[in-house]
Design a protein around this ligand. Structure first.
Ligand code: NAD
Length: 315
């Protein structure tokens, strides 16, 4: 491993570019390299961002475009390569067909140069490609992490915090399962100031407990709302990818809901989905099996079944 903190970003599209900015401005990297099959785009984005490094309070990050060879001494590699759903009628399976090929090829290229770096996947369908990355080459499983429901959880915390006009950092809880339509809130563990929202409602004289269903619905629709308005989403997931990489580079041992391949946890195996994990320098250092209610266990199983059904239909 090199002594400098090198982060490689694969994919220079909307998400890759937002991730580049998030990572460069997070004060955790000495060098950030961007790789894309469209080398010119990667060069344009990195040169543009590099031009910000002479401003006050910006660390002197070396920002450049590169090749897969730059993965050799990377601590973390963020994969944002591959298209999004091209139109509202395109199925998850169609996107899975396209991006499973992209991810297999990217993983094979990366593993020629390293099996040490922690890989953070952003490409959709997220849980499907996280599993494909795991299957595509013998890369250590703990070092393959999908952003998963970390983004959905961040959206949920923002939405719930806004209901009480609070800082989302005071809202604790997780959205687990698939990064997609079957994601669910673990209401049994959601708390503000250590209190369930049923009790916290009394503190602020609110009645948010009756809005549980609409809060989940709003959280799930948030991405579509953004796409309708700006054509894609980027900053939210870039923040999630940056959060994971930071936890790895600083060996934070923090608990984040991320997509990982399960091997019997929660009674599930041979599938990747989001559950709370301890994240440190080795990637997923422990998968936490939290006590879920019967209803929440059912929701997790439903997510697993849905992801497996897409995996089974990949050509
Ligand atoms: P985009 O079309 O703007 O960019 C994709 C980039 O990938 C392009 O620059 C393309 O040249 C590059 N690329 C394609 N194949 C490649 C390969 N083999 N090697 C290197 N680069 C390659 O798309 P985007 O808006 O940046 O989205 C990227 C991915 O992120 C999509 O799959 C999208 O659905 C996903 N996404 C995920 C989340 C999440 O929460 N997980 C959120 C937003 C977007």
């Amino acid at each position: 491993m090199s002594e400098i903190n090198r982060i490689v970003i694969i994919g220079a599209g909307n998400v890759g570019t937002a991730t580049l900015s998030a990572v460069v401005n997070s004060n955790i990297a000495s060098e950030v390299v961007m790789v894309d099959i469209n080398h010119q785009k990667a060069e344009g984005e990195t040169t543009d961002l590099s031009d910000t490094t002479s401003f006050n309070y910006t660390p002197n990050v070396r920002v450049k475009s590169g090749t897969y060879e730059d993965c050799t001494h990377a601590q973390a590699i963020i994969i944002t390569a591959g298209p999004s759903i091209s139109n509202p009628n395109e199925s998850r399976t169609a996107l899975a067909n396209k991006n499973s090929k992209v991810i297999t090829s990217v993983m094979q290229s990366i593993s020629k140069y390293t099996k040490d770096a922690v890989i953070v996947l952003v490409t959709n369908p997220l849980d499907v490609v996280t599993y494909i990355a795991h299957k595509s080459c013998s890369y250590p499983s703990n070092k393959i992490i999908g952003t998963g429901t970390l983004l959905d959880t961040a959206r949920f915390r923002r939405i719930l915090a806004d209901k009480y006009a609070l800082d989302p950092k005071n809202v604790h809880g997780y959205i687990l399962g698939e990064h997609g339509s079957t994601a669910f809130v673990v209401w049994s563990l959601v708390n503000i100031a250590g209190m369930k929202i049923e009790d916290f409602d009394n503190v602020l004289g609110k009645n948010i407990v009756n809005e549980k269903e609409s809060i989940l619905d709003h959280t799930k629709k948030r991405g579509f709302e953004i796409v309708e308005k700006k054509g894609s989403t980027s900053f939210g997931v870039a923040g999630a990818a940056q959060r994971i990489v930071r936890a790895v580079l600083l060996d934070e041992k923090c608990i984040l809901p991320v997509s990982t391949v399960l091997t019997g946890e929660y009674g599930l195996s041979d599938v990747a989905l989001s559950v709370p994990c301890i994240i440190g320098k080795n990637g997923v250092e422990k998968i936490l099996e939290l006590p879920l209610t019967e209803e929440e266990c059912e929701a997790l199983n439903k997510s697993a079944d849905y992801i497996k059904s897409i995996l089974n239909n990949i050509e």
